[in-house]
Ligand binder design. Sequence first.
Ligand code: TRP
Length: 328
Amino acid sequence: MSHDPTMRTVSGMRPTGPLHLGHYFGALKNWVPMQDSMSAFFFVADLHALTSDYADTSRLRGFVHELVLDWLAAGLDPEKSVIFQQSKVHEHAELGLLLGMITPVSWLERNPTYKEQQQEITNKDLGNYGFLGYPVLMAADILLYRPKWVPVGQDQLPHLELTREIARRFNGFYGSVFPEPEARLTPAARCPGLDGRKMSKSYGNGIYLRDTMDDIVPKVRGMFTDPARLRKSDPGNPDVCNLFPYHILLSSPEECAEIREGCTKATLGCVECKKIFMRNLETFLEPLHQRRATYTPAQIDEILADGDKRARVEAKATMDIVREAMHL
Ligand code: TRP
């Protein structure tokens, strides 16, 4: 695809810890090619991290750096993409406030993600105003850059729908300012955690992009496979195995077919299968580790400072239009 600078994409991630394979295959992998075909804005959503993790912010700055480093390792290029920090571009907060004026509370209370997280997350108090307003701030993040595409995972769709509804309502009151952005979905990549639960940093069951083989070998050795397969001579079922979804992501289609056959016919044991996986994982991670090693902390600061400046130009231009439209 050729580069079309009038076509824009925007996306962000919360800085809550190192990225694991689920983050990579679920989102980041799709961001990388987009920077070649259109004007791309990728930001660290540190304000969004505060909506739930407001009580202890001592690790926030470190997480911001780490997230950017993970992105660069995965192939985001600061020459091609505008990489920036949400809280440094104050227009996000300003537009968030203005959009809050026109967003009915009932839309936020109805949001399935909100209801689900309120129920599921019990170790933090999510009764705060900012958490309810999460999608309003997200709408501001997106609409500030007036993008065509927002590359996100399936789980973000309710939020994106709210962004479109807020844009529509704004345009209805004040004239057409915001084009309605569209989701660019990442095909659902199944990345179970090492223990079969969802891969999540809070369960400590993930393989991280920054992991070295010394970290990975013991993790993979302990990984659950088909629980009914006790010996190599028992035929296995790749469809209930925790490891097999990773072969689908990292091994060639031919190799996956061979593994499936070897497993179901009991000619390939789990130990051998894990070795194939580790070899392919190492090949996949090697260029990421090489890129990661080329950046110093000072360079990350520079990349962010430059990105903040470039993002602000666009954000300011939109806010001029918004203020004018609202007679502020
Ligand atoms: N909600 C997103 C997530 O949890 C992060 C995010 C914040 C975002 N603002 C955004 C994503 C704007 C896309 C666009 O992953």
